[in-house]
Write a protein that binds this ligand. Structure first.
Ligand code: IPE
Ligand code: IPE
Ligand code: MG
Length: 246
């Protein structure tokens, strides 16, 4: 687990809950789908901004494990959009040396979509630039559960004792463990909650909430979040005096 005590000006890892697509569309008298499509444009902008800023990793929440509860029509449309966007964007990502990584319970998707995900990941797997993690059918509780299961299997095989289960051991089987810890989590859309996003990985992230709806989120709005982040004193449990004495 990476912890950094010095004040950072730029986050190494940013996570985003891209919320507000439906309300954005409804405010324009359109169907929610219209908002999701526009949300893809904002996502492109956010990716190129993160890339230009040389942020190491960007993790975006595309579909939560709870989003299956939405009307079937909206779920189907989101799956179709995910499929199309994977196909149309992966070449561009590759051209920019971006490494795509999908996190979440892949088995919940259709075979066709699972195949597309694996293909897209394969194309960019050796890239060394921005790591783009797309959380799809992802839930923070699922992540902790799947990690616990992995350790339980090792215990069952006699390869690990319960005493050897430490935060580090569990962290090693959580998603995103090989990346720097999330420094900054942005949520658009006005709500101040985590909605089962990265529960474990957000332990010491700075949380930034904005009323801007995701389709209106642009480079300027992203920069505002970075500016607020750079003014934060990150203490990681220490006192302000200890941190400033370094
Ligand atoms: C976020 O926007 C996108 C997904 C959850 C896929 P919403 O669809 O939640 O938009 P609002 O929150 O209803 O406005
Ligand atoms: C969180 O947004 C999930 C994504 C952005 C993918 P939701 O709109 O699903 O969150 P809740 O239900 O309002 O908490
Ligand atoms: Mg929402």
């Amino acid at each position: 687990m990476t912890t950094v005590t010095e004040q950072q000006t730029l986050p190494r890892h940013v996570a985003i809950i891209m919320d507000g697509n439906g309300r954005w569309a409804e405010s324009k008298g359109k169907h929610r789908v219209f908002g999701h499509k526009h949300g893809v444009k904002s996502l492109r902008k956010a990716i190129s901004f993160a890339n230009e800023k040389q942020i190491q990793a960007l993790t975006i929440y595309a579909f939560s494990s709870e989003n299956w509860k939405r009307p079937k029509k909206e779920v189907n449309m989101l799956m179709e959009l995910f499929f199309t966007v994977l196909g149309s964007e992966v070449k561009k990502l590759h051209k920019h040396n971006i490494k795509l990584n999908i996190i979440g319970e892949l088995s919940g998707f259709s075979e066709r979509l699972q195949k597309k995900v694996l293909q897209a990941q394969k194309i960019t797997e050796h890239n060394s630039g921005l790591v783009l993690n797309v959380a799809a059918n992802y839930g923070g509780r699922w992540d902790i559960t799947q990690a616990s299961k992995q350790l339980a299997i090792l215990v069952e095989k006699g390869e690990l004792t319960p005493d050897e289960i430490t935060e580090e051991r569990l962290n090693d089987v959580m998603n995103l463990h090989s990346l720097p810890a999330v420094d900054l989590m942005i949520r658009t859309g006005g709500d101040h909650r985590i909605s089962n996003f990265l529960l474990w990985q957000l332990a010491y992230a700075e949380l930034y909430f904005t009323d801007i709806l995701w389709p209106d989120f642009d480079a300027e709005a992203f920069q505002d979040a970075l500016d607020v982040f750079s003014g934060k004193e990150r203490r990681f449990g220490q006192t302000s005096e200890q941190v400033t004495a370094r």
